[in-house]
Design a protein around this ligand. Structure first.
Ligand SMILES: Cc1ncc(COP(=O)(O)O)c(C=O)c1O
Length: 443
């Protein structure tokens, strides 16, 4: 036990195996963030870093918001933990009741998780169990999409379509098909907002249904806007068509709104923005403004009701997490919702979106840029890869931006931007000017 109070080894960078990181590269030249406020991080060397990524698409209200900080402090002081199995605490019920008011129609029940990955696994399990509960147990197949990102659980990587996230991990879930992704530069490059071309790609779902027969298919899962793969905006009519095909065949439609939720598009959720209602919605990230890990899965009433028919004395769904509805996460989420509302942040994002769009497309003609994509306060800047060295050019841009006090995120050779919704126009200008200058300066 002595090692706990008297470390036998000096503090160093070696022990922490960092996620989704080039560990050896990082540990040679670490980029450490030590504090944050509003739109800015502070690096260990004292420099202010403009946050162009809302952390990881999660800090939608900006950093260290007093209301959220205070709510968390208060909650820990009062009730640090309470089990969620066969027990409850008031904040979880209050939060669920508040959350469902943000949803359209009868998406009126919430299952709490601790992350986007858990929300996805939860949604897939609910979809399968629902089909069985209503006597359609042959519906076991799941359909995802190429280039989809649904977190890193086995369910999520099985329906996901990012090759590097799948290929090292064995045979994954069986019974999964993938629709094609919706991006085609020849038809869509430099589209502002939703591309006109590509709505027909939803008809690929019909082909898969014909192959397997609808009686074998439980659910389709998509990100309304694909984020982690490098920002793919759904073509006009695409999501509507997916909904129609799912309705026609009795297939559940799941929207993974882990990044599009909580104002990112200038509406509460993508379901509202696109006017398309799925049966299940996965959320996380912005639910607590990134302050405390939390996720939530919303389901429509008929799904919840299908589980409530068995004997009263039986557990209806054998699923849950030790930290489902954790009191501190609930307190953070309640304060986050209040912050979003008080500051009118979803509307603010909507109001800023045209300015953002112009700023994104001002990079047309900038060095290395081969495509620009935008929606709400999201941007994708696709770079021509360096010959024989995929991802290097974008990563160099990331490093150079960081040196200049701007944090961007890259995936492959694409820069993905998603700033906190409190960003000012002058900061948008600074973000894109820095990126332009950096692109001029790198090979
Ligand atoms: C659409 C989507 N789903 C799921 C996840 C996974 O979330 P987490 O990292 O919280 O598990 C992410 C994370 O970026 C995401 O963008």
């Amino acid at each position: 036990m002595d090692g706990i109070t008297t470390p036998s080894q000096p503090n160093n960078l070696e022990a922490f195996w960092m996620p989704f990181t080039m560990n050896r590269q990082f540990k040679k030249a670490p980029r450490m963030l030590v504090s944050a406020e509003g739109m800015y991080y502070t690096a260990q060397d004292g420099r202010k870093i403009l946050d162009g990524a809302a952390g990881l698409w999660c800090v939608n209200a900006g950093h260290r918001r007093p209301k959220i900080v205070e709510a968390v402090q208060r909650q820990i002081f009062e009730l640090d933990y309470a089990p969620a199995f066969q027990m409850g605490h008031p904040a979880a019920f209050e939060l669920a009741s508040r959350l469902v008011t943000l949803m359209p129609g009868d998406l009126d029940h919430v299952f709490f998780t601790n992350s986007g990955s858990e929300s996805v696994d939860t949604a897939l399990k609910i979809a399968l169990a629902y089909q069985r509960a209503k006597g359609e147990g042959t519906r076991q197949r799941l359909i995802g999409r190429e280039r989809g990102y649904h977190g890193v659980g086995f369910g999520g990587i099985s329906v996901g379509g990012i090759v590097t996230n799948r290929k090292f991990f064995g045979s994954l879930l069986t019974g999964v098909d993938h629709m094609p992704h919706t991006h085609d530069k020849a038809h869509q490059a430099f589209s502002r907002g939703q591309p006109e071309w590509g709505g027909h790609l939803a008809d690929e779902l019909e082909r898969i249904v014909t192959l397997h027969d609808a009686s074998n298919i439980a659910a389709v899962i998509v990100e309304p806007v694909a984020g982690s793969t490098g920002v793919l905006i759904p073509p006009q009519g695409y999501l509507q068509r997916l909904r129609e095909i799912c309705d026609k065949h009795g297939i559940l439609l799941i929207f993974d709104e882990v990044i599009t939720g909580f104002g990112r598009l200038g509406a509460s959720f993508a379901t509202e923005y696109f006017g398309v209602m799925p049966d299940i919605i996965c959320t996380a990230k912005g639910i607590t403004n990134g302050t405390i890990p939390m996720g939530a899965v919303f389901v429509r009433k008929h799904i919840y009701d299908a589980f409530m028919n068995g004997p009263e004395g039986a557990i209806e769904l054998f699923h849950g997490y030790t930290y489902s509805g954790h009191p501190v996460a609930c307190a953070a989420a309640l304060a986050t919702l209040e912050t979003y509302q008080e500051d009118g942040l979803f509307q603010r994002a909507a109001d800023l979106a045209p300015y953002w769009e112009d700023a994104v497309h001002s990079l047309k003609g900038a060095r290395h840029v081969i495509d620009l994509r935008n929606l709400g306060l999201i941007a994708g800047i696709e770079l021509e890869p360096l010959q024989g060295q995929p991802t290097k050019r974008a990563f160099d841009a990331f490093l150079k931006c960081f040196e200049r006090g701007v944090m961007i995120r890259t995936t492959g050779d694409i820069i993905a931007l998603s700033p906190p919704l409190i960003i000012e126009k002058s900061e948008i200008d600074h973000l894109f000017t820095t990126i332009r200058e950096v692109l001029e300066s790198i090979e």
